[in-house]
Design a protein around this ligand. Structure first.
Ligand SMILES: [Zn+2]
Length: 504
């Protein structure tokens, strides 16, 4: 839960940052101790009621939060001596009461953490604040302040929390497995009719048109994306939901790509204008190639591609392959290009060399994976592109990072393109994850500078503050070592955000 910003600043940043860190640590410890105190009280009560197992679990929880908590040994002894109650009716009743007590402790801790998160935002620690707020929602899903900060509103009918966009959208629309439809068309929808060019026609007729005609695809709109496909409206909606999920994680990781205020707006889902990102999904490779030829002519590179994003018409395109994982890899890759390009105004034409960074960061995003519902950036270190880079570096000891950085756009795509992609992706993995993410922030700033047209051939070694100094050569050495040992320890899925993680 703690990001590199913290680790870094405690070592190298100015003393103002260090002071903020120290104050934050102190506050965090205080909140944790308060929480431990409440848990001790609940454990004590549980032990007296004969809920011995529950009490023991609480002791374990407390020692997980703060193994040095002063009253830990006392309560441990008490619980060990407690007698197990055998009356099941009594246990059931007490079990319910236990849950209420725990809930109230969680709620209290949530309130304190929201205050702390607000303080973090005031000093610009947005990612930390974002993670804290999300943790509060895990333990106390109904915390209205936390919900508000993340832009949720409560639907009074269903008693559920939804985004402000959805809240407003629900007024005139209803949701189905096929996305949103206007309420005033509910009867038509229920009769099996669907919209086509301003009219409502039978779903079968619509299908016969939309599955065959590339220029009359199914279209669905979610909060930030418009998806077009001949594969059916339900499929389009499924895809839109995947895109939305990816969208949030993208800003969490790349907040440093934006200036502070714009980044915070995007992260907390309050962009000034909501531009739709347009995505086209083709049912198969053939249809995709036909489209590419029609739209972009006989471009060799595109003919060989699995998808592409075009800045000129602001659309990303890819096709559904038999291999679902492959499809999603391409999908995250192209949408990453799209989000970097469309969420702030860029002029990358002004940068020199370093074209590897554009493809590299998209190839790197192919390594992101969702494990047990949580995104783990950089998880897939075994994918084929990472392996190719690893093997190449192992047998080409004279490969030069500086030389690679000087490659221009033309050369990057014309000479050893496939290998360049792999090396660029591996380099980004290195910059994003090396040594507890020590370079991540500098690197995201470099990425941002590239897109803003401010990067020259040798800028990489200026942007990345290398521990111990040493410029390109030192970075190259670290990169090669990183790749040689990558996979020896696979990154653990990010542990659940325990309060103890707030403290670094
Ligand atoms: Zn690409």
């Amino acid at each position: 839960m703690v990001d590199a910003q913290t680790r870094r600043s405690s070592k190298t940043r100015l003393s103002r940052d260090e002071q903020i860190e120290a104050a934050l640590r102190k506050r965090t410890r205080k909140i944790q101790d308060q929480y431990c105190r409440d848990l001790v009280r609940v454990a004590n009560w549980a032990a007296l009621q004969g809920l011995k197992k529950d009490a023991a679990a609480l002791v374990k929880k407390i020692s997980g939060i703060n193994p040095q908590y002063p009253k830990l040994e006392d309560i441990r002894e008490k619980v060990e001596k407690a007698e197990e109650e055998s009356d099941t009716a009594k246990n059931e009743k007490n079990g319910k009461s236990l849950l209420t007590r725990l809930k109230s402790a969680d709620k209290k801790q949530g309130v304190e953490l929201v205050k702390l998160a607000t303080g973090c935002m005031k000093v610009g620690l947005f990612t930390r604040a974002f993670d804290m707020i999300n943790y509060v929602l895990e333990i106390s899903p109904d915390d209205s302040k936390a919900r508000k900060i993340l832009g949720y509103k409560k639907d009074t009918k269903t008693k559920t929390w939804i985004s402000t966009w959805e809240y407003n959208h629900r007024k005139k629309n209803f949701i189905t497995k096929e996305g949103w439809f206007e309420k005033k068309k509910k009867k038509d929808f229920d009769k099996g009719l669907r919209p086509y060019k301003g009219k409502w026609i039978s779903a079968e007729r619509e299908k016969s048109i939309r599955t065959r005609n590339e220029y009359a695809p199914y279209t669905v709109k979610s909060e930030h994306f418009e998806v077009q496909t001949n594969m059916g409206r339900e499929r389009a909606w499924e895809f839109a939901l995947k895109l939305e999920d990816f969208y949030t994680q993208f800003f969490r990781v790349f907040i440093g790509y934006y200036d502070q205020i714009a980044g915070a707006r995007l992260l907390f889902n309050r962009p000034e204008t909501k531009k739709m990102h347009l995505v086209i999904l083709f049912p198969n490779r053939n249809d995709y190639l036909t489209h590419v030829k029609q739209e972009k002519g006989n471009d060799k590179l595109l003919r060989e591609s699995a998808g592409f994003y075009s800045g000129s018409d602001r659309k990303s395109r890819f096709y559904w392959s038999d291999n679902e994982e492959e499809t999603y890899r391409t999908f995250y890759h192209e949408v990453a290009h799209q989000l970097f390009a469309e969420t702030k105004s860029t002029r990358s034409g002004g940068s020199r060399g370093n074209n590897w960074v554009v493809e590299g960061i998209a190839v790197y995003i192919e390594t992101w994976k969702k494990i047990k519902g949580n995104w783990v950036p950089g998880y897939e270190i075994d994918n084929s592109r990472m392996r190719i880079a690893q093997r190449f570096l192992a047998s080409n000891g004279d490969w030069s990072l500086q030389g690679f950085a000087h490659i221009d756009n033309d050369q990057f795509h014309k000479v050893n393109r496939g290998l360049n992609y792999c090396l660029a992706g591996a380099l980004c993995h290195f910059f994003m994850h090396y040594n507890d993410e020590v370079y991540k922030e500098d690197f995201v700033r470099f990425l941002s500078a590239y897109y803003m047209g401010k990067v020259g051939n040798d800028s990489l070694a200026e942007y990345i503050k290398i521990e111990g100094g040493g410029g390109f050569n030192a970075l190259e050495k670290q990169f090669k070592e990183y790749m040689a040992t990558l996979g020896e320890k696979k990154p653990e899925p990010e542990a659940e955000a325990d309060p103890e993680d707030l403290d670094d």
